[in-house]
Design a protein around this ligand. Structure first.
Ligand SMILES: Nc1ncnc2c1ncn2[C@@H]1O[C@H](COP(=O)(O)OP(=O)(O)O)[C@@H](O)[C@H]1O
Ligand SMILES: [Mg+2]
Length: 151
């Protein structure tokens, strides 16, 4: 990411169940204006895919149940017009850029691109419109921080 980027904290929420995280994802979706790149950071089990279920459902691109982890396939596409892309870079070795994932030019279209393990893009990442950091606090508690990135 561009070092001159300005990070603005938008919201912070602690959820206590997967259902609550899905609902928060739906709330987030209301505020996303495509084209938009959303980078999700956080350890395995932090709840990234669970949150994406709510975001994709909130965008009206698919039902929650249709959203599954793309950790093997790398990218899932939702919506009849391919309006939402969901990628998971967990299995990617080293820094790769969006172009090598077939996600090039998406930021110029009316698409929302949701990337789990977005930190793996390293300096190859285009400036996202939103960054979401998720943290496992213990048992079913997850802290979710939403940041807007400008610049
Ligand atoms: N508050 C919560 N928010 C999200 N997931 C939760 C929560 N509490 C428990 N979980 C469980 O944690 C796991 C999160 O998995 P997942 O969303 O796939 O994480 P990630 O994509 O970050 O690896 C799921 O099994 C889910 O049921
Ligand atoms: Mg996941």
């Amino acid at each position: 990411m561009n070092r001159q980027s300005t990070i603005i904290s938008l919201a912070e929420r602690v959820t206590h169940s997967p259902e609550e995280t899905v609902l928060f994802g739906r709330e987030i979706a209301v505020h996303l204006q495509p084209p938009c790149l959303v980078l999700l950071e956080g350890d395995l089990g932090a709840g990234k895919t669970t949150l994406v279920k709510g975001i994709v459902a909130g965008l009206g691109a698919a039902s929650e149940d249709e959203v599954t982890s793309p950790s093997f396939t790398l990218v899932h596409e939702y919506g009849s017009a391919g309006s939402v892309y969901h990628a998971d870079l967990y299995r990617i070795e080293g820094a790769r850029d969006l172009a090598t994932l077939g996600l090039e030019d998406l930021s110029n279209r009316a698409t929302t691109v949701l990337v789990e393990w977005g930190e793996k893009l390293g300096d190859n990442a285009p400036t996202p419109c939103v960054k979401i950091r998720m943290e496992h606090l213990g048992s079913d508690d997850r802290r979710i921080r939403i940041e807007r990135v400008e610049g």
